[in-house]
Design a protein around this ligand. Structure first.
Ligand code: FAD
Length: 433
């Protein structure tokens, strides 16, 4: 049998159920990846420098691992819905397989691919803790809020991750091109590299005796990466590490050192990720609507100057400036930071949350459609928040999380004050000079 496996955000060999199933059955196996497409969306196109770097490193690392196992990776620009049927004909594939990436556009793409293929498209489990059939509800009956979701899934056993990569059959006889590198380097403040090896190293380090997990509950609100929270998100989001590998490492830590509030909190955060994945499947296209999952539109406005100032880190809120500058420089922002920056956009400037979500999508090296849009909706009060959204007092947050202003100083957040509105004599907004 000839098969094609289409990698999406599951860029790993270990504990990749769909890939393993395909490799076990195929006589010849073509492995393929498509770069994300460049759709304009809420004033943004393309990927930010750091996001692109991390992705290129992840894809390159995957290819290197495959080459060392007698396989290869075909990396393409363009539409999977056009290219996959052509490739399937070219290599006489009997089946094409992939994993179930969350998101409306991803679902539509899969459906179009399936329609155009003359052979079946097999869709396997994504990078989730639970299989769909193990959930105590169908995705359509998924709880709308986290607490009832957690109550129903917390006791479910998380299956152990597969411990080794599969044996691979050879690739078909076609040409594989090299992957072009990028000039952008990781920022020294967040020296993380894409690929499974780096992700698993970070996981081992963080969950080892004396690692960050021991004190996570107290440090998780730290604004810098690597010091406070696990900073595993870039590898989880791109699928370089599976969430079951993380859950297993947390369980191994608890078996050796005893469970504590910090280790339990980490498992709790993995459930948040799980919640947003299944919510995104249930919410489908409403994940991208201004009114979100609630269907209740929120009043908003769009003042280009305010949006430009927010997205350049040049507002009258020094901490927000520092956070946005940290994101632009490193591709990452802490959870606390994301909440503060998002609250500023939505509540201080009254801008449609989707402009902020699109900005994050462009720059975050850990961008995940479900977690990003789900969290933005939550914060803007059109999603899963039972309190109807969050409004953070930026001054209080600064005093609490950056009391001496060291983080703000480090990222150049202290900027000259500017008038909030610039208008002409007839009260029309003027472009910032
Ligand atoms: P840790 O605190 O160490 O948590 C461990 C893991 O749990 C994370 O790696 C992540 O996979 C998961 N997790 C933790 N908090 C959340 C959460 N609130 N929602 C979902 N999963 C969570 N996370 C993303 O992975 N991708 C995104 O695109 C993304 N966009 C966000 C946008 C906004 C506006 C907000 C408020 C949050 C967003 N998050 C997103 C969630 C969270 O901020 C990050 O997962 C977290 O900061 C990553 O750092 P960490 O790995 O050190 O997290």
């Amino acid at each position: 049998m000839n098969a094609i496996y289409w990698f999406q955000n599951d860029l790993r060999l270990q504990d990749n159920a769909g890939l393993a199933a395909c490799a076990a059955r195929a006589g010849r196996l073509l492995l393929v990846y498509f770069w994300p497409r460049n759709h304009p969306w809420f004033n943004h196109t393309g990927l930010g420098g750091q996001r692109q770097r991390f992705l290129v490193e992840s894809v390159q690392a995957l290819r290197d691992e495959l080459l060392s196992r007698g396989q290869d990776l075909l990396v393409l620009e363009g539409n999977p819905e056009q290219a996959l049927p052509q490739l399937a004909r070219q290599v006489s594939a009997d089946v094409v397989a992939t994993s179930r990436a969350a998101g409306y556009y991803e679902r539509r793409t899969r459906e179009r691919v399936a329609l155009r293929l003359a052979v079946p498209l097999e869709v396997h489990r994504a990078n989730t803790l639970f299989d769909e059939q193990d959930l105590p509800f169908t995705p359509g009956a998924m709880p709308g809020q986290f607490t009832p979701f957690r109550a129903r899934v917390e006791a479910l056993p998380v299956p152990a991750p597969a411990s080794s990569a599969p044996e691979f059959p050879p690739p078909p006889d076609i040409l594989f091109a090299d992957i072009e590198g990028v000039a952008v380097k990781a920022h020294p403040a967040l020296p993380v590299r894409g690929g499974s090896a780096g992700g698993l190293r970070r996981l081992r380090q963080w969950t080892s005796r004396g690692g960050g997990i021991a004190v996570y509950k107290d440090t998780r609100d730290c604004l810098d990466g690597l010091d406070g929270s696990s900073t595993l998100s870039p590898w989880l989001a791109n699928g370089c590490v599976s969430v079951r590998q993380v859950a297993a490492a947390v369980a191994a830590y608890e078996a050796a050192e005893g469970a504590n509030d910090s280790s339990r909190w980490m498992s709790f955060e993995l459930l948040w990720r799980e919640f947003f994945y299944w919510r995104a499947i249930a919410d489908d296209v409403s994940l991208f609507r201004a009114s979100g999952a609630t269907g209740k539109a929120r009043r908003c406005t769009f003042e280009p100057r305010n949006f430009a100032r927010w997205s350049q880190g040049d507002t009258n809120y020094p901490l927000v400036n520092a956070l946005v500058r940290q994101l632009l420089a490193t591709g990452w922002m802490s959870n606390r930071g994301r909440q503060i920056a998002a609250s500023c956009l939505v509540n201080e400037y009254g801008i449609d949350w989707r402009y902020g979500a699109a900005f994050f999508e462009k720059h975050l090296i850990d961008f995940e459609v479900a977690s990003n849009y789900g969290n933005w909706q939550y914060l803007a009060g059109v999603g899963a928040d039972p309190r109807g959204g969050r409004h953070f007092d930026i001054e209080k947050q600064s005093a609490r999380f950056d009391p001496e202003g060291l983080f703000t100083q480090k990222w150049g957040g202290f900027r000259p004050k500017q008038p909030d509105y610039v208008t002409d004599a007839a009260d029309w907004p003027l472009p910032a000079s």
